[in-house]
Design a protein around this ligand. Structure first.
Ligand code: SIN
Length: 516
């Protein structure tokens, strides 16, 4: 299906911008700030500006900023975590330019945590050979970064921030981007459509969390940007590589998104124990608790199976309550609310979906194969993460490649014209009815069971045929509500992930085939 809905631009309200940015996480906001101040920019947010995964980021941002570290060491750790599948030029750019963007954030007022001598405090996370993760407000790095970027964006008169608007589809003409069809989330059914024409579009809409039943991602992360780019003909890459964070807080029978227990807790001495209280990570990897994330997630999964349990424990009880309250205030409070004093009690944890290494294929300037369409952040695949992202390289990727996309647009925007200003679509009549909520739940369940930490070909082939049947049903209804459009996006992404995972026969990084 090329377009999800029928539309005729001549019947709809229209606006024109130099650049439209879809998504208000770190990549989108930082791209907006790095575009020339003379350009008219529209930043679209599906809900309110702080409802995104960047805002939830706890651990921090990796960058070689201490005296005993160098970008070369950061490079080695990134490549090792990526299981040899990384784009080495992208990694080199990422690690070398990381300190520039940390400094730029400091310049706009981001308050990173600091030592008594004023230097940046750093922590260690899985896969890092050194302490190189800068953080803010203890474990609320994403909140601090987004708040400061947003405050800066609000000062710029050329940046219009639009909340509560859903990007339905890219409008293209031949192989060029012309603009975006959007729909207000507050108006249900047929109302609230609008066309935003632009010279350039940047997709920075985040990952795919809601494709899975258990995820740390917020509930608006339904892969819309990737799905709409795919419908418009954008090339996607590395779709089989889905990252499972080893330690989300375990809650029995919870349907809510999972709360993350930052890897920094392990980086600062947290021990994983099975339900009998036995530490086990050294049996799986010489780096123990701070092995790369895919290895720790698999080790926990294996230990859960051996002990016939739904979770393992994370033990940080050797630290005092005072220290933990100060260093991990968000985690301390959340766990206290769930009835655990983490200075005394072990925390029950379980691996869940957390991040997507695949996405819209871009070059090092954020360009896709569609002229005028850029992508950055989790929606993009620069190849920087390979088959498994190194901890705290995600906000960093959003910064570095968001800036790269903006800088490239700055150099060419004066020679760029608007692409044709008319478009319409009419799908075949569709009038079936389906129970969308149960379809969505079914997709997410299928993906958790068959495209999770361990995969096997025969099961994935069956899973794919179930997803394809679901897509057929969804394509037979008149998509009216945003929830329905999100659900078909989830279904398309599930099928693309499964196809790529079936195709890749060998295990690598986060893609682990038990049938090979
Ligand atoms: C964490 O704090 O463990 C998450 C950081 C990340 O996803 O890189």
């Amino acid at each position: 299906m090329r377009y999800l809905v029928d539309f005729d631009s001549e019947q709809l309200p229209q606006e024109k911008y130099d650049v439209i940015i879809i998504g208000s996480g770190v990549a989108g906001l930082y791209a907006a700030l790095n575009l020339h101040g003379v350009l008219s920019i529209c930043v679209l947010s599906k809900q309110f500006m702080s409802k995104n995964n960047s805002y939830l980021a706890q651990g921090g941002i990796a960058a070689a900023v201490t005296e005993d570290d160098m970008p070369e060491y950061h490079y080695e750790d990134t490549i090792k975590a990526g299981a040899g599948h990384c784009n080495i030029e992208a990694v080199s750019l990422l690690v070398n330019e990381a300190p520039i963007d940390i400094q730029a954030l400091c310049n706009i007022g981001t308050r990173f945590d600091r030592n008594a001598d004023g230097t940046l405090t750093t922590t260690r996370e899985g896969g890092h050979g050194r302490f190189r993760v800068v953080h803010a407000q203890g474990d609320a790095t994403g909140k601090e970064v987004i708040d400061s970027l947003l405050a800066e964006c609000r000062k710029r008169t050329n940046i219009k921030i639009v909340e509560n608007f859903f990007a339905v589809d890219m409008i293209t003409k031949d192989d060029s981007s012309a603009g975006v069809l959007v729909k207000s989330c507050s108006n249900d059914e047929k109302q609230g459509y609008q066309i935003l024409w632009s010279k350039k579009v940047i997709i920075a809409s985040g990952g795919i969390g809601q494709v899975y039943k258990n995820t740390t991602n917020t509930d608006i992360i339904t892969g819309d940007g990737i799905a709409m780019a795919y419908r418009a003909g954008a090339e996607l890459a590395d779709m089989e590589f889905v990252q499972f964070h080893p330690t989300a807080l375990y809650k029995e029978n919870s349907s809510a998104n999972s709360f993350l227990i930052s890897e920094a807790v392990r980086g600062e001495g947290g021990i994983l124990r099975n339900i009998h209280g036995e530490p086990f990570m050294k049996n799986y990897h010489e780096m123990g608790e701070i092995a790369p994330r895919d290895i720790v997630a698999r080790a926990i999964f294996s230990e859960m199976r051996k002990t016939n349990s739904q979770f393992v424990y994370l033990d940080i009880t050797h630290k005092s309550a005072e220290h933990l309250k100060n260093r991990f205030p968000t985690i301390y409070e959340k766990c206290a609310g769930e009835g655990f004093d983490i200075s005394k009690d072990y925390i029950p944890v379980v691996p869940v979906q957390h991040y997507f290494m695949g996405g819209i294929k871009t070059d090092l300037l954020g360009r896709t194969n569609i002229k005028g369409l850029y992508a950055c952040g989790e929606a993009a695949c620069t190849g920087v993460h390979g088959a498994n992202r190194l901890a705290s390289n995600s906000l960093l990727e959003g910064l570095v490649f968001g800036r790269k996309a903006a800088e490239h647009i700055n150099t060419i925007i004066n020679e760029t014209e608007f692409v044709e200003q008319k478009a319409k679509n009419k799908n075949e009549p569709r009038n079936k009815k389906v129970d969308i909520a149960s379809i969505r739940a079914e997709i997410r369940e299928i993906m958790d069971y068959h495209a999770g930490i361990e995969r096997n070909g025969a099961d994935m082939i069956i899973a794919l045929s179930r997803i394809e049947a679901i897509i057929e049903r969804l394509e037979s209804i008149n998509l009216r509500k945003v929830y329905e459009m999100e659900t078909i996006n989830i279904a398309y992404l599930a099928s693309l992930i499964l196809k790529a995972a079936i195709e890749r026969k060998q295990s690598i990084g986060s893609h682990f085939r038990i049938d090979q």
